[in-house]
Ligand binder design. Structure first.
Ligand SMILES: *Cc1c(COP(=O)(O)O)cnc(C)c1O
Length: 339
């Protein structure tokens, strides 16, 4: 392989490889040769894509002697919940600095879903009104830790820095191995982009591995131009970390047509996608990330973007606990007429 991940410190947080499942009923519905890469399925902390990044991020933190981890997110952050679970397993203190970025309130959003799990995993949850307050809270926590002789590792939103991206370089190498085992040649990977580390890792590794694999990115947090800039810069920095030249990324496309009003705000197309996945395959999506990526997949399939000879792999990144933050809204949406 043209990159070597073994030289980076890493902790074991998941069972790999995750399943690569056929989805024949959903595939038939969409007219696509469809597979689901189940990165939502893992034992630790209810699973999800952040475990892959945290294997490297917390590996680095432990190598630097950290005993306290601080990270950031929205109130219903899946990243925060998985960080809390991993810290519990490793015996680290976890401080979650959360902001109310999403225009949702009420008991379900504020006291259910990921928040419940953050508390169960023993994280210290700090709720802030915005970026300025979360910055101040971070500084205060760092000062407090220093006064108590503790060593802090700060992990960015979504775990999206070059060390975190290594997790999705590893994931892509794993997936490409599964393609080889199953004799899959031409393929396309559909992936959501929030903070960008997941899509950057997939885009970088597919480019470096030189397979006939294209990457379709669905924006869930930022418009396409911003998302592309983030992805390109993360992929470039990660290539340099790996000691290879940043490759051109002309095998990716970025689409924000299902972003809707913004991060964390589901649209009718999102609820329709949840219903479709649920009723054809018994697979649960979340309304913030995978639901938007699935809505994009449905739109591309309807437009005839996929060719019959290629396999389309939907990367299921998790997020089930976050669905419960939208529980009442989801029940209402599922009750509405649909297939
Ligand atoms: C964080 C997250 C994503 C987005 O991954 P990024 O690396 O932040 O772009 C997608 N799906 C789920 C369920 C997530 O929690």
């Amino acid at each position: 392989m043209i990159f070597d991940l073994d030289r980076f410190p890493r902790v074991a947080l998941g069972h790999w490889p995750t399943p690569l499942d056929d989805a024949p009923r959903l595939g038939a519905e969409l007219g696509v040769n469809l597979l689901l890469k189940r990165d939502d399925v893992n034992a630790l902390g209810a699973g999800g894509n952040k475990l892959r990044k945290l294997e490297f991020l917390l590996g680095a933190a432990l190598a630097e002697g950290a005993d306290t981890v601080i990270t950031f997110g929205a109130l219903q952050t899946n990243h925060g919940r998985q960080t809390a679970a991993a810290c519990a397993k490793l015996g680290l203190r976890c401080e979650l600095v959360l902001t109310a970025k999403v225009p949702r309130s009420g008991d379900a959003y504020e006291r259910s879903g990921n928040i419940v799990l953050d508390h169960i995993f023993g994280a210290r949850v700090h709720i802030c009104s915005g970026g300025e307050e979360s910055g101040r809270t971070h500084d205060k926590l760092v000062a407090e830790a220093a006064a108590e002789g503790r060593t802090v590792a700060t992990i960015p939103v979504g775990g999206s820095d070059p060390v975190g991206v290594l997790g999705y370089v590893a994931a892509t190498a794993e997936l490409v191995g599964q393609f080889a085992e199953r004799g899959i040649g031409k393929a396309r990977i559909v992936v959501p982009q929030g903070s960008g580390g997941t899509a950057a890792g997939v885009a970088l590794a597919t480019a470096l591995l030189g397979r006939p694999v294209a990457v379709d990115v669905a924006c869930v947090g930022h418009p396409a131009d911003e998302s592309l800039a983030t992805l390109t810069s993360l992929a470039g920095d990660t290539a340099r970390l790996l000691g290879v030249a940043p490759p051109t990324l002309d095998h990716i496309r970025i689409d924000d047509s299902t972003l809707g009003p913004g991060y964390g705000v589901p649209t009718t197309e999102v609820w329709d996608a949840l219903r479709l996945f649920g009723r054809t395959e018994g697979v649960v999506l979340d309304p913030v990330y995978t639901g938007k990526a699935a809505a994009a997949l449905v739109g591309w399939a309807a437009r005839g973007d996929f060719d019959a000879a290629e396999h389309v792999v939907f990367l299921h990144t998790g997020g089930l606990p976050g669905l419960y933050g939208y529980g009442p809204e989801a029940v209402e949406a599922m009750g509405a007429a649909g297939p």
